[in-house]
Design a protein around this ligand. Structure first.
Ligand SMILES: NC(=O)c1ccc[n+]([C@@H]2O[C@H](COP(=O)([O-])OP(=O)(O)OC[C@H]3O[C@@H](n4cnc5c(N)ncnc54)[C@H](OP(=O)(O)O)[C@@H]3O)[C@@H](O)[C@H]2O)c1
Length: 241
């Protein structure tokens, strides 16, 4: 995306988004250069969905509008297969002005059925699966090396950049955002905390444990109020690669 395009999209997002002018400190760091942003909307007890996978709605309307603004500002929105199975989302920009991003789905074994809505028209959708599952005839399927129980995310990012998708919005779910975070591949993280307790449910973060608090990943954050929710804007790397 060119910087002139950034400015035009930014102006159009602002024009349609009530109160967005006050949110400039939230969006300004997202406008320049290649960027990988992780995103989670979680309850106070750290869940992104109930145990049965229901996540509509954890956070309020302002946070959902924020998610649509983010879609408009990125080249691609990426989710894990679990989110497609549970939510069947469209992943398009509908609540604010601006373009819909290319949709990217991580599906290691190429197991998602074709009836899901991201595969049935709309903006382009790319599926990333293990290279041994991909057919070279299908341009919309990207084969990536396996790594551990999933895919080599460094290689996934490199291939998406080769295709012109250098600004990536990792929209969920928890497993996917956690794997990008654990691999050190997120430049920034937006975590919304809703004033809601579920007791049980799907966790926001699943990361290797540490023995002592000082061994954990200590973060800085800036708080933003989004209606009744709070959003934590967390820079993870000073400079975008
Ligand atoms: N509140 C929120 O912010 C939010 C956002 C999105 C979704 N959700 C909810 O979250 C739930 C789904 O989240 P989840 O954490 O269970 O699953 P998820 O992150 O959506 O998907 C996990 C799956 O994605 C694939 N995947 C992710 N990272 C991969 C990698 N590095 N390499 C290869 N494959 C990878 C794998 O699929 P395979 O095992 O099939 O290969 C993995 O099992 C749903 O209930 C949804 O409603 C909530």
């Amino acid at each position: 995306m060119q910087s002139g395009d950034d400015e035009a999209i930014w102006q159009s997002v602002l024009a349609r988004a009530p109160g967005a002018a006050q949110a400039l400190p939230l969006y300004a760091p997202l406008l320049a250069g290649p960027l990988v942003l992780g995103r989670i909307a979680q309850t106070l007890d750290g869940k992104i969905a109930t145990a049965s996978g229901a996540s509509f709605w954890i956070s309020g309307p302002d946070d959902i509008l924020h998610t649509h603004r983010l879609r408009a500002l990125f080249d691609a929105v990426l989710v894990g297969a679990g989110t497609i199975r549970a939510d069947d989302p469209l992943l398009t920009t509908r609540l604010c002005d601006g373009p819909s991003p290319t949709r990217v789905v991580l599906d290691t074994e190429l197991s998602l059925p074709a009836h899901h809505r991201v595969f049935c028209g709309g903006p382009p959708t790319l599926i990333v699966c293990a290279a041994d599952r991909a057919s070279s005839r299908d341009r919309d399927v990207i084969g990536a090396p396996r790594a551990g129980r999933g895919l080599d995310l460094t290689a996934v990012i490199a291939e998406l950049r080769r295709r012109g998708l250098s600004r990536l919005f990792i929209e969920g779910g928890g497993v996917t955002v956690s794997r990008f975070l654990a691999a050190g591949l997120l430049d920034r993280l937006h975590v919304t905390i809703a004033p809601l307790l579920l007791g049980d449910g799907i966790p926001a973060f699943t990361l290797p444990g540490v023995a002592r608090p000082e061994d954990g990943l200590r973060l800085d954050w800036t708080l933003h109020q989004l209606g009744r929710d709070i959003l934590l804007d967390i820079p993870l790397r000073a400079a975008a690669r």
